[in-house]
Design a protein around this ligand. Structure first.
Ligand code: DON
Length: 310
């Protein structure tokens, strides 16, 4: 006799949560990069990937959007692999700023950005990505994303151009970093790579899988490929815990209790080490640049299952 297919409790839970949070309409789409205003404010995608490779997804979980600042977690891991800890620490610190993501938080004497999750620190980090011996840094970065996501990512050219045409503050930051000797490549070149890195197209499913790689000691649980060498995973997760949600990082770790990284495209990647990666996409942001419904989803998952790490 044919049995109806059973829907897993996790899938049922995510579907209920999606339906409930779909009604939340607070927040505004980011407009300082003009092209981002083309997003549908109602999009809501949720995906969860476990360390044993189960994938759960609901809503707009396959809708592409630009990764933006979530890329900073990937580039930081790559810079650590390429240059080693001391070289990276000599150019970028590990202290939270309590300030906005575009703040110019540099140490007064050295010009070293306080951490790699603010724009200044991320631009410095991108400047550290391997570019010697004929290695194209963009291809090197795309290759890292491919290991995390298990597929080739592309760049949203319209968003890239839009940010490139309007990103004067990031250009100024890159020049300051160059002036301080934090960048040793031309600022225009580094900031261009940074804009491309932020314009890579991902889905909520990709974010969940990226998070699952970090939850799984750096190994992609679906492909078995090493996305990030295990030596560096705890460093990336530590920075996400203290600095991943900008000037909401304290409130986030207090309430949700998982390392996470957000982006102004509306994505959040959260990680429960040893358990799963959670990816949420919803483009309406709060005044700190974090997805309103993305935060709500993560708060609920953490609370409903008692997943706070501490
Ligand atoms: O540098 C910028 O302004 C963007 N490309 C990325 C910023 C971002 O995603 C901050 N996120 N909340």
């Amino acid at each position: 006799m044919n049995q109806p297919l059973a829907i897993s409790p996790v899938q049922q839970y995510l579907e209920r949560l999606h339906a409930e949070l779909q009604t939340v309409s607070a927040g505004e789409i980011a407009s300082y990069i003009p092209e981002l205003t083309r997003a549908d404010p109602d999009w809501l995608g949720i995906a969860l990937v476990t360390v044993d490779g189960h994938v759960y997804q609901v809503g707009d979980s396959r809708q592409p959007f630009t990764v933006q600042s979530i890329s900073k977690a990937v580039s930081y891991g790559l810079a650590l692999e390429d240059r080693g800890l001391d070289a990276v620490l000599s150019k970028v610190g590990v202290e939270p700023t309590g300030e906005a993501f575009n703040s110019i938080s540099l140490e007064p004497d050295t010009g070293r950005p306080l951490n790699p999750m603010i724009n200044a620190g991320a631009i410095a980090t991108t400047g550290l990505i391997e570019h010697e011996d004929g290695v194209d840094p963009l291809q090197h970065l795309l290759e890292a994303f491919r290991r995390y996501c298990g597929r080739e990512l592309s760049i949203d050219e319209a968003v890239y151009r839009s940010e490139s045409e309007t990103g004067h503050r990031n250009r100024a930051i890159a020049h300051l970093l160059y002036g301080h000797g934090i960048l040793d490549r031309r600022p225009e070149e580094v900031v261009d790579l940074y804009f491309r890195q932020c314009s890579m197209l991902v889905t909520a499913r990709d974010l969940a899988l990226m998070g699952a790689c970090l939850a799984n000691g750096g190994v992609n649980p679906v492909s078995g490929i090493v996305a990030l060498k295990s030596d560096w995973v705890h460093r990336v997760l530590s920075i996400m815990s203290t600095c991943g949600m900008y000037d909401f990082s304290g409130g986030w770790i207090f309430n949700v209790g998982m390392p996470a990284k957000s982006g102004v495209g509306g994505g959040i990647m959260a990680v429960l080490p040893g358990q799963f990666g959670l990816g949420v996409f919803s483009p309406r942001l709060d005044d700190k640049g974090n997805s309103v419904r993305g935060i709500r989803v993560c708060e609920r998952v953490s609370r409903d299952f008692g997943l706070h790490m501490f």
